[in-house]
Design a protein around this ligand. Structure first.
Ligand SMILES: Cc1ncc(COP(=O)(O)O)c(C=O)c1O
Ligand SMILES: N[C@@H](CCCC[NH3+])C(=O)O
Length: 389
């Protein structure tokens, strides 16, 4: 993926940094738009995946909507030019301040996650003399078959409203004059690659549609959430998420009536492959049991491996580029960061060519939940961003 000119540019740049390949981003967005528009589906970009301004600006230029999970994300979406009629706001813990901000911004829809939240949004909207568009986030108890830390649609998860509470929801909706019921919302987890999971979700959504309609609520919006996964193992050969199969499942199994809109909230699949974290080897420590490659980036720059034992492909760009002599002998290294935590390890036993101080290392597929989850723990500098031409 990286040609010699790019690596030369990296060599002249202070590390660590996120490198955004804008062609990869645009190719991915083209694929997403083409596959979704085939069925008239509406895609909202999940801002939480990456709110790097260049990335968000590019996504907005495609006409996608924005899925937000905080007042600041709502503000950022509007500041980046997303049409407020395409801004939705989810989250189990929306504060009064955030709700007021979203009401003032006249966003399209609040995805509401508890009965109590319905009442609060109604009261805050009433105080402003407004009506808030809302969708009920239902926890459908569908297993996403992904890492349990990023599963959101099981009874045991805090997200959404459980189906046994729907009678309360209906009763509350009938009482709340300042809410406009738009539809139902789901999001069962992230990094989902098994399309069978989405078929199960469609079946559940169909059942839930029946429930609401049987109770006198017309559904305009069916929001299926996001979660489509990417290939962390083959970022070059399988770089575009499987949008075709994903949208096809919904087109086949979701019951959509005339006048209804189907909404999606994709994050990872839209941005993950567009960035790599580029770091430099600071030290090579050869122990009796282990060889350590100590990088100038760690969990403060990319937290996913430490938080979810997530796999990211790790490459030595200096060895791959011919800048140094090719050294074919592969050695196993624990690739670690400089942070004062034993978990600060990108992966153990990574097979790499013999590596040296100053070599450039790329940690791939870092465009989603990478830069946004960076911290300044250990008083680290803010991680930099570099963009392709
Ligand atoms: C409500 C909601 N919608 C959409 C997303 C985006 O998920 P993903 O990045 O897996 O597509 C998330 C994050 O998991 C979410 O919580
Ligand atoms: N941050 C997670 C995904 C969580 C998605 C938001 N609910 C990840 O890196 O995979």
């Amino acid at each position: 993926m990286f040609n010699n000119n790019t690596i030369q540019r990296f060599n002249e740049t202070e590390t660590p940094f996120y490198y955004y390949d804008m062609d990869v981003l645009r190719n991915t967005l083209d694929a997403c738009r083409d596959a979704s528009s085939k069925y008239g589906f509406h895609v909202h970009y999940a801002m939480k995946a990456n709110f790097n301004p260049q990335v968000v600006k590019t996504i907005q230029s495609y006409g996608f909507g924005a899925d937000c999970v905080s007042g600041n994300e709502v503000k950022a979406a509007i500041a980046h030019g997303f049409d407020k009629c395409k801004v939705v706001f989810a989250g189990v813990g929306k504060s009064d301040k955030e709700i007021n901000l979203a009401l003032d911004a006249n966003i399209f829809c609040f995805n509401v996650e508890s009965v109590q939240e319905l009442e609060i949004i109604n009261d805050l909207a009433a105080a402003k003399g407004k009506t808030a568009g809302i969708a009920i986030r239902i926890n459908p108890n569908v297993d996403a078959h992904t890492h349990h830390f990023i599963t959101t649609g099981l009874d045991e998860n805090k997200f959404g409203i459980n189906t046994w509470q729907l009678n309360d929801v209906a009763e509350t909706l009938r009482k709340c004059a300042n809410l406009k019921f738009l539809g139902i919302h789901f999001h069962i987890g992230s990094q989902i690659t098994d399309m069978e999971v989405y078929r199960s979700l469609c079946i559940r959504i169909n059942e839930m549609q029946d429930w609401f309609e049987d109770h006198g609520f017309a559904i305009k919006i069916l929001n299926t959430g996001g979660g489509l996964g990417v290939d962390y193992y083959n970022p070059d050969t399988n770089g575009i998420a499987n949008f075709e199969s994903y949208f096809e499942v919904f087109s086949k199994f979701l019951r959509v009536k005339p006048g209804q809109e189907v909404h999606f909230e994709l994050g990872r699949a839209m941005v993950a492959q567009s960035a790599s974290l580029i770091a430099r080897v600071l030290y090579v420590k050869n122990g009796q049991k282990k060889n350590f490659l100590i990088l100038d980036a760690g969990m403060t720059e990319l937290m996913r491996p430490m938080l979810y034992q997530a796999y990211h492909s790790i490459e030595n760009l200096t060895k791959g580029s011919g800048i140094r002599d090719q050294d074919k002998s592969e050695i196993k290294y624990d690739v670690v960061g400089p942070i004062c935590e034993s978990t600060d390890c990108f992966r153990k036993d990574v097979e790499l060519p013999q590596s040296h101080r100053g070599d450039l290392i790329a940690i791939r597929t870092a465009g989603a939940y990478g830069e946004v989850m960076a911290s300044n723990y250990n008083l680290r500098d803010q991680v930099l961003s570099v963009y392709s031409g």
